[in-house]
Design a protein around this ligand. Sequence first.
Ligand code: ADP
Ligand code: MG
Length: 309
Amino acid sequence: MIRMENVVKRYNELIALDHFSFAAKEGEIIGLLGPNGCGKTTAINCMLSLLTFDKGEIEIFGQQVHPNNNAVKSRIGIVPQELAIFDKLNVYENIDFYCGLYVTDRKKRKALVEEAIEFVDLGKYRKFVPKKLSGGLKRRLNIACGIAHKPALLFMDEPTVAVDAQSRNFILEGIRKMKAQGTTIIYTTHYLEEAEQLCDRMVIMDSGRNIASGTVHELQNTISTQERIEVGFITEDQTIEAQLEELPHVVKVTKRNGNYLIHFEKQENNLPDLIKFMESRGMSYTELSSERSTLSDIFLELTGKELRD
Ligand SMILES: Nc1ncnc2c1ncn2[C@@H]1O[C@H](COP(=O)(O)OP(=O)(O)O)[C@@H](O)[C@H]1O
Ligand SMILES: [Mg+2]
């Protein structure tokens, strides 16, 4: 669907995209993930040829995109990061305007606008102008404007920022429905949990570069810590840390809330091995819990930086 190869985009001295490459296949939800300023929006704007770039190649549907290539543009939907809705138009008219850029047949368009209104559940608000809508409802309108013409490829740039929990879940559910209908979706976010739940594959971005990409599982396998087990002991003993480090497959031992956090390099059998080990040494524990490494661990290990929700 998309192929982006070694794209460089500069804003004067600042390199916003630094030999950025990326590909998306039909029907998948791809997450572009990274902190604010890492280049997500710039990457999307280059793909859409809303921005020119200094170097590299971009193809969508196997063609180079030009600003005036309407055949390609009509198959693409955009839900931009900044709301792109008209204050003077009501909900229905806003959606109708965007849909009308691609669908000229009035009867067909009416049906599509109605479907989009239903999709984002704004039926009650169809006559409302944007300033009468809450932040979450405005986001939903922004989405309806991007999807009404039923694009095969949809770009959504941080659609859940500053959205209440209810609208957020609604939006995420809608994205899953669109995927089920066969839409390919490029989704940017700096919320790791959201990406983990939603995306088939992820591209981790930092300073305009593609640091790593793959499924969560593939990304997990690229880092050394696969599982962490937290243990609390009844009595504090100076030798505990050193003893735990003797266990096979331990990467390191750290402290968390007065407990020990044992980082393991593989996932299987760590817990039973640890229990046997502690029993053999007479170490009495009060608490024991295991967790798989998360996207936030992956991000930290790959970039050396924290990326918090
Ligand atoms: N029009 C612009 N002029 C100059 N710098 C820009 C412009 N747009 C974005 N940038 C810079 O480019 C970098 C990438 O920005 P952006 O793509 O918006 O990141 P993200 O969407 O990941 O938050 C940032 O450092 C940002 O400040
Ligand atoms: Mg952005």
